[in-house]
Design a binder for this molecule. Structure first.
Ligand SMILES: *Cc1c(COP(=O)(O)O)cnc(C)c1O
Length: 354
């Protein structure tokens, strides 16, 4: 750090993104990207005309994309807020609504804590149950902003909508953020509840279920008032946060719902098959509603399994936290990728005489 850095950031520990390896060819099962390309409509939409129009700023209100999303999710354009990846929405939500503090599970998306530290928000982490499930009651009347990833990451476990509703209902004086990055892989969305509760923000991303992690596109659905608050911060930061190519791709993706639905169903099927095969090999696999599984084996450490897979050309995600260091998070890839993953896993276990 230079001597010029504002001292308030000296102790800030930034988020560590999953590795994006260059050069060596890995089977990449570490950052929950889709293994499938965006739909043909999306690829066509980013045309040379759109590229030629890059000389002009994009629409800061994202009107066309907001209208498309509003129609798709059966809500109003005034309820949609759009950012450069959903991490930006989370950042703005912590900035806008975190002044009374925030609460989230002890094991969840690592970025929540970073945003709290960035904005000097006091936060409380509620331990997950022994089986890594969330106890909804512990979030009732929290007296501060509540943030829950549903399905949760890196566990993949989800809460039913009725439990989410009780949390929202009991926190009328505070904002509840439901991060639905993985909801398209089998969870229940809370978007319909945004019509009933004006303290709820549902955060979504194109990065996982719409195969567009590289485009950087996220959006939220919330009451008009909350959406205006978020927009105030966006227009005070970076009004042109969505570039023209991403905007065109985002609109086209909504027109290819069938394509993405089919791909997501494939991911769900492959997830269930992979889970079964791993269980047969003696793994403990947390039942997942996401495009990844969280797995551990009694007889090989999480770190060793991670390193052995890496040696064999497969990258998964290992975390160091006390309760999760024996686990690895494995993104569900294509059928072929998962076949290789299972073969290599078998080899690793055999070499360990397991
Ligand atoms: C991937 C992810 C996000 C953010 O994705 P963006 O690429 O910034 O849209 C948000 N929350 C969770 C839980 C995620 O896993």
């Amino acid at each position: 750090m230079s001597e010029f850095m504002n001292p308030k950031y000296i102790s800030l520990k930034e988020y560590t993104p999953g590795e994006q390896p260059k050069g060596t060819k890995f089977i990449k099962l570490n950052t929950n990207e889709s293994p499938y390309p965006p739909s043909p409509e999306v690829i066509k939409a980013v045309s040379s005309d759109v590229v030629a129009s890059l000389k002009l700023y994009p629409d800061p209100d994202c009107s066309e994309l907001r209208d498309s999303l509003a129609e798709f999710y059966n809500t109003g354009s005034e309820n949609i807020f759009i950012t450069n990846g959903s991490d930006d929405i989370l950042n703005f939500a912590f900035m806008a609504f975190g002044h009374k503090g925030a609460v989230f599970p002890d094991i969840t998306y690592g970025f929540y804590k970073v945003f709290c530290e960035l904005h000097t928000i006091s936060y409380k982490e509620i331990p997950l149950n022994e089986d890594f499930s969330i106890s909804p009651k512990e979030y009732y009347n929290a007296g501060r902003m509540v943030v829950i990833a549903n399905p949760n990451a890196p566990t993949g476990l989800d809460l039913p909508l009725c439990e989410i509703e009780k949390i929202v209902e009991s926190n009328k004086d505070n904002v509840v953020v439901i991060d639905e990055a993985y909801v398209d892989f089998g969870g229940e969305t809370a978007i319909p509840l945004t019509r009933k509760y004006d303290n709820l923000i549902v955060v979504r991303t194109y990065s996982k279920s719409r195969s567009m992690a590289g485009a950087r596109l996220g959006f939220s659905v919330a009451s008009e008032k909350l959406t205006k608050d978020l927009n105030k911060l966006k227009f005070s930061t970076n009004p042109y946060n969505i570039n023209r190519m991403t905007m065109a791709a985002g609109i086209a993706a909504l027109k290819s719902h069938e394509y993405f639905k089919e791909k997501n169903e494939m991911t769900i099927n492959i997830r269930e098959c992979t889970t079964k095969r791993l269980e047969e090999l003696g793994f403990y696999v947390i039942p997942s509603k996401a495009n990844f599984i969280f797995v551990k084996h009694k007889r090989i450490s999480g770190e060793k399994y991670y390193n052995e897979l890496k040696n064999k050309g497969i990258l998964v995600r290992h975390f160091n936290g006390a309760r999760i260091c024996e686990f690895n998070r494995v993104t569900i890839g294509t059928e072929d990728e998962m076949k290789i993953f299972l073969e290599k896993t078998k080899e690793i276990l055999e070499n360990e005489n397991i």
